[in-house]
Write a protein of this length. Structure first.
Ligand code: FES
Length: 130
């Protein structure tokens, strides 16, 4: 049923993804998509004192996209915006015990959506120009 090169953690996060769902009171929504396969991710974040206190996601994609989106939320929750900005697709893949080479691109969705959400948070926090 699964690509045999998937780690047990990838399969576990795909079967039981963490932090799934939209967040009506999110402070920012980060979006990312992979035009080559049509997969997409929306990442919702709630921020307090420059820290991600809640994070959730909705994804349309392959098993690796779901698993990496789930792991992105696990790694980012509780982090400061500066620390979360440093999370890379490699960090996400490694936290899942690695991904098959042909699936490494799937981990880019999580990292890109997170960066997009952080960009929006920082933009919203800037005082309006007068
Ligand atoms: Fe599209 Fe995995 S195949 S993100």
């Amino acid at each position: 049923m699964f690509n045999e090169a998937y780690s047990n953690l990838v399969i576990e996060h795909f079967m039981s993804p963490r932090n799934v769902g939209s967040m009506p009171d999110a402070d920012a929504v980060g979006k990312a998509g992979d035009p080559s396969c049509g997969d997409s991710l929306e990442l919702y974040v709630k921020i307090r004192d420059n820290r991600i206190i809640r994070i959730s996601f909705l994804a349309f994609g392959c098993a690796a996209a779901i698993a990496t989106s789930s792991m992105t939320t696990v790694l980012a929750e509780g982090q400061t915006l500066d620390a979360a900005r440093c999370l890379t697709d490699q960090d996400i893949a490694e936290a899942l015990g690695g991904l098959p080479d042909e699936k490494m691109h799937c981990s880019v969705l999580g990292a890109a959506a997170l960066q997009n959400a952080i960009d929006q948070c920082e933009k919203n926090a800037r005082p309006a120009q007068t």
